[in-house]
Design a protein around this ligand. Structure first.
Ligand code: ADP
Ligand code: MG
Length: 330
């Protein structure tokens, strides 16, 4: 069984950044307003995510670590997925590929801790934590040296983790995100963005300014368009603020970062007449729709999506952006 769990885990956890993604998504799902990620050695020796969300009742700790156990969905509800994870795969997978400890306190309950090492679960013990959850993953892939060998340098893994935290933070402007690197006993803040205020558009603008920089915020057009049950919001930069590579294109579907070819193609198409072929638009765009109009869980570790009506989404992006660009004189 341990071997089967490890193989399945490889599907979900490819590298430290995928573990960070799963843990931060869980914290967001738990309604946290402050999420702190601490890493060491590119996340290979330590990933610790601390949140102030709803916590896990001590009775539920073993359940949270069981395969396919999730509090976010029941069998009758498979099409109605509003939260990030619904597969109940992440925690058991992490417990199969590293040393995992979860310390948590649900409101009105006593704090408790449980750990899993190489797939073996400990008993639940009392712990001290004021509120929320701390998930600590040490020595990722220590039991599977073959996978460990495929990891890249600490620097490259750090970069991937930073990218994941930044992307997730863009979709949650009311949440504070902190990423710290404690390699070698030092503590260095890699990234920090504090919760924004105001309505969603203001907050989003503030968050994008914080994550993507003032130049982006000052050159960005607000996008707000709707069509066939799909809602497009976000900010798209003026053609003059384009890049030489497609490195600053951030797309989200129902609050979840995606890298989807169809969406990127639509973004490109929207700027076709106003950008030369060697320039790339900069944008952070959010597509929202009823969950039954999109499948965001095509593959656990990949951020692909499948729309029921891709043509409608493409049309919405192209026309929504062209309308905004035309309004700005382009
Ligand atoms: P999923 O997110 O798909 O439900 P996970 O394996 O990621 O599956 O998590 C299993 C369960 O553990 C979740 O459904 C949730 O009930 C609980 N959980 C995990 N992380 C947290 C957290 N940070 N705060 C509160 N509950 C959590
Ligand atoms: Mg999850």
């Amino acid at each position: 069984e341990a071997a089967i769990n490890r193989i399945a885990a490889g599907e979900v956890v490819e590298r430290p950044a995928s573990a960070v993604k799963e843990l931060v998504e869980n914290a967001v799902d738990a309604g946290a307003t402050r999420i702190e990620v601490v890493i060491a050695d590119g996340g290979k020796t330590l990933i610790r995510v601390t949140d102030n969300g709803c916590g896990i009742a001590s009775n539920d700790l073993p359940l949270a670590l069981s395969r396919h156990a999730t509090s976010k969905i029941d069998g009758s509800d498979l099409l109605n997925i509003h939260s990030f994870g619904f597969r109940g795969e992440a925690l058991p997978s992490l417990g199969a590929v590293g040393r995992l400890t979860i310390t948590s306190r649900a409101q009105g309950q006593d704090a408790a801790v449980i750990s899993v090492d190489g797939g073996r679960m400990s008993a639940v013990k009392p712990a001290a934590v004021t509120a929320g959850t701390i998930v600590e993953l040490r020595d990722l892939f220590y039991a599977t040296p073959a996978r460990l060998k495929f990891l890249r340098t600490d620097r490259a893994e750090n970069q991937a983790i930073t990218d994941v935290v930044k992307r997730l933070s863009m979709a949650e402007p009311f949440v504070t995100f902190i990423l710290r690197d404690v390699s070698g006993g030092d503590s260095r803040t890699v990234f920090r963005t504090d919760s924004e205020t105001g309505d969603l558009f203001d907050a989003l603008h503030g968050r994008l300014r914080s994550v993507l920089g003032r130049d982006f915020a000052e050159n960005a057009l607000a996008i707000d368009a709707e069509r066939d049950g799909f809602h497009l919001t976000g900010y798209a930069a003026l053609p003059t603020y384009s890049r030489g590579a497609a490195v600053a294109q951030f797309l989200f579907v129902n609050g979840r970062p995606v890298r989807d070819r169809m969406l990127l193609g639509a973004l490109r198409a929207a700027y076709m007449d106003v950008l030369s072929r060697d320039r790339h638009p900069v944008a952070a765009l959010f597509v929202d729709c009823e969950p039954e109009l999109v499948d965001v869980n095509v593959h656990p570790a990949k951020s692909e999506v499948r729309f029921r009506d891709p043509g409608a989404v493409r049309g919405l992006i192209v026309s929504g952006l062209r309308h905004a660009l035309a309004g700005a004189g382009h």
